[in-house]
Design a protein around this ligand. Structure first.
Ligand SMILES: *Cc1c(COP(=O)(O)O)cnc(C)c1O
Length: 215
């Protein structure tokens, strides 16, 4: 099933859109099956699960953190994490910079924006002060690679599309302004199982898909 599901999804994705397999809650056997199909980008939303799975699977996997990250946990993932999608404060970025420095690494991050209606979701507000983003962009051990956002969980496609449009517009505006000299700023992480096709139409370059692969 996993193989067929992956093939179906990939048939819907343009070649330059990265598929990140969201492996949270899934067993080692399921992850190994995904690995055997050739996938190398895996994502977890919890640090603990990210660490334990990383320790048991081949080290050519690129591990993404997509869930809310507490500052005191950055040190656990700093040695190996490939991309942190959920940076939503200057304080968190400062801690990532510090832990990256102590690992002699530069860590790649995305800035998470709050585009959904629900207020429970994390992320910078869309009217964030640009000086905060400038400060993050200047951190020597942090590479700001783009943005991430989650649309409202709703069957209203128009609403979802508007939210993705907004994130993409913000990405473009920042790319021409705050991040104009940052050649790494090119990723738009948006789209999950239920809305990835809309996200791709609206400019996504990276989709994060779980249930559609494993069910
Ligand atoms: C769980 C999760 C996903 C994947 O959700 P599915 O609906 O299972 O595809 C994507 N992004 C984040 C941030 C998640 O927590």
């Amino acid at each position: 099933m996993i193989k067929q599901n992956l093939l179906k999804i990939k048939a819907n994705l343009p070649e330059d859109v990265v598929l990140v397999v969201v492996s949270k809650f899934r067993s080692m056997d399921e992850l190994k099956e995904v690995y055997a199909c050739g996938e190398r980008d895996f994502a977890e939303n919890r640090v603990q699960e990210l660490m334990s799975k990383q320790g048991e699977l081949p080290n050519d996997i690129r591990w993404h953190l997509i869930g809310h990250l507490q500052r005191n946990k950055v040190k656990f993932i700093a040695p190996f994490v490939h991309l942190i999608h959920s940076v939503d404060s200057l304080e968190l970025a400062l801690e990532i910079n510090k832990q990256a420095a102590s690992q002699k690494r530069t860590l790649s991050i995305l800035l998470q924006f709050h585009i959904a209606e629900e207020d429970s979701k994390f992320g910078f507000e869309t009217h964030v002060n640009l000086s905060v983003l400038e400060e993050i962009n200047a951190l020597p051990h942090v590479k700001v690679c783009g943005v991430m956002g989650m649309a409202t969980l709703t069957s209203n496609e128009t609403k979802v599309r508007e939210e993705f449009k907004k994130l993409f517009e913000m990405f473009n505006a920042m790319k021409q302004d705050v991040f104009r000299r940052n050649e790494n700023f090119k990723t738009v992480s948006m789209g999950m199982s239920g809305d990835y096709k809309i996200a791709v139409q609206e400019g996504s370059t990276m989709v994060r898909i779980g249930s559609l692969i494993f069910e």
